[in-house]
Design a protein around this ligand. Structure first.
Ligand code: SF4
Length: 461
């Protein structure tokens, strides 16, 4: 079959041969290619969304709010104000005469009604075009309402989702350092870059507690404004997901001299490694922390490995495709699939960097296709050509898989079962096993027609 790669995108798609391949990346999406990427505003919304006791007001047309409403279902152990999607609902008249007054009125009403700890105000495409002064309105409302009202300069058109992450980090950083960092243990961390989609933060907090590590703030999952204000008192930042919060960690290092470690809570190897590096970091303060961590990992593995081994036998030789937002998550997924006997034949991301793709080329098997900023047509073609059994992605990738009659694992937006930590690895193995071995796929029209095509090729020689 011929593959639908537009000629301008050829260097953003490579087949892994010897592990030294590079992928052209970090550039604007090709016009007309129908990129899977989200806009700048969406990137900001994703990162700030799980701050559960803050008001999130989208200054723009109602469509921007609807598009990101409850975007990741991030769980909260307390308030749930974040799940409401407020919008100034800009109309034609506001576009012509300006929307600042409407924004002021909306903030006034919403802050009075919901009494939030802070408010984030997101700029959208049209606000960037008409030039409403978000900063001025936010300053005025901060004074009037006596809570931080923070502008998020996330005009959708000014780049890709990655710029949105940066705008969100800049907005959050205005809160950091405004609280009192009292009574914080020297063995303490902040958790960055986990969105607590299905309670993952609680699993990780539990591991850290067993190791004797205090968590000061879960900045991007089950987040609280007051925790973020005092999180500069933590001794270490743990950063998961390369794109979303690395900038915040860098800003905190520069201003407050807090070191950071990059971690991943997905899969057995990376989860264990993430705990071991934290133990190593604090071993000069707590002499027992390394032993406590070893015991924790051992106990957890003893509980999950017998079932994972059984699942592995049944999945051996099956093929997976991965398409995620930031490439860092893909590293762990490649290893997790290997652990359950499957090979990854296609892997890509919306916002991977040169460094990310070099790493992917190193850890994948020969023949794996690596793509940057892909589109539905390319993904569909590769999935069919490579005979993929399960596709892992987010909400925009789900229809691609289902139209092709391929099993799908939502790793992002609509999860209800945690996939992180050791328990999460078992959940992941069970879900992949159930989806891949489901009999439903053999009745899917797209699958049936592919089988027919193949058999007619055989008949005709
Ligand atoms: S900010 Fe712009 S690109 Fe993003 S959802 Fe709104 S209109 Fe669309």
């Amino acid at each position: 079959m011929t593959l639908s790669i537009l000629k301008e995108r050829k260097d953003q798609v490579v087949e892994r041969i010897n592990g030294n391949e590079t992928v052209s990346c970090s550039r604007e999406s090709l016009a007309g290619a129908v990129s899977q990427r989200a806009c700048v505003f969406c990137g900001s919304r994703v990162v700030l969304y799980p701050i559960a006791d803050a008001l999130h007001l989208i200054h723009g047309p109602i469509g921007c709010a609807a598009y990101t409403w409850d975007i990741r279902g991030a769980l909260s152990s307390g308030p749930e104000l974040h799940r409401l999607s407020f919008s100034t609902d800009l109309r034609e008249r506001d576009i012509i005469f300006g929307g600042e007054k409407k924004l002021e009125a909306a903030l006034d009403e919403l802050i009075t009604r919901h009494n939030p700890k802070a408010a984030f105000v997101y700029s959208t495409c049209i606000v960037g075009i008409i030039g409403d002064d978000l900063g001025a309105v936010c300053r005025k409302m901060t004074e009037l309402k006596k809570i931080p009202v923070i502008p998020v300069q996330s005009e959708g058109f000014k780049g890709s989702k990655r710029e949105g992450y940066f705008a969100a980090c800049k907005a959050m950083f205005t809160l950091v350092g405004t609280g009192k960092p009292e009574n914080i243990s020297p063995v303490s961390v902040n958790i960055l870059g986990d969105f607590n989609l299905a309670g993952e933060i609680w699993i990780i907090r539990d591991y850290l507690k067993k190791m004797g590590v205090e968590v000061v703030a879960n900045i991007t999952g089950d987040g609280r404004v007051d925790d973020i204000r005092r999180c500069h008192g933590a001794a270490l930042n743990l950063v998961q997901c390369s794109g979303a919060t690395l900038d915040l960690a860098k800003m905190m290092k520069e201003k407050f001299n807090i070191p950071f470690l990059r971690v991943s809570y997905l899969g057995i190897e990376d989860m264990a490694e993430s705990l071991y590096i934290v133990a190593d970091h604090f071993s000069h303060i707590d002499k027992d922390i390394e032993e406590k961590t070893r015991q924790l990992v051992k106990t957890e593995l003893e509980q999950i490995m017998p079932e994972i081994k059984k699942i592995r036998e049944e999945l051996n030789g099956k093929k997976a495709a991965i398409y995620v937002g930031g490439a860092f998550k893909a590293f762990s997924l490649v290893k997790a699939f290997r652990r359950i006997g499957m090979s990854v034949v296609l892997v890509g991301s919306q916002t991977g960097t040169d460094e990310d793709y070099r790493e992917l080329a190193k850890i994948t098997d020969p023949g794996t296709v690596i793509v940057d900023d892909s589109n539905p047509r390319e993904l569909s073609d590769f999935i069919v050509k490579k005979g993929v059994d399960v596709f892992v992605g987010g909400v925009k990738e789900r229809p691609i898989a289902y139209k092709l009659g391929v099993a799908f694992c939502d790793h992002n937006h609509e999860r209800k079962i945690a996939l992180e930590g050791f328990t999460g690895m078992l959940n992941f193995a069970r879900e992949i096993h159930n989806s891949v071995t489901s009999p439903v796929w053999k009745f899917h029209p797209a699958r049936l027609s592919r089988v027919e095509e193949k058999s007619s090729e055989v008949c005709c020689g």
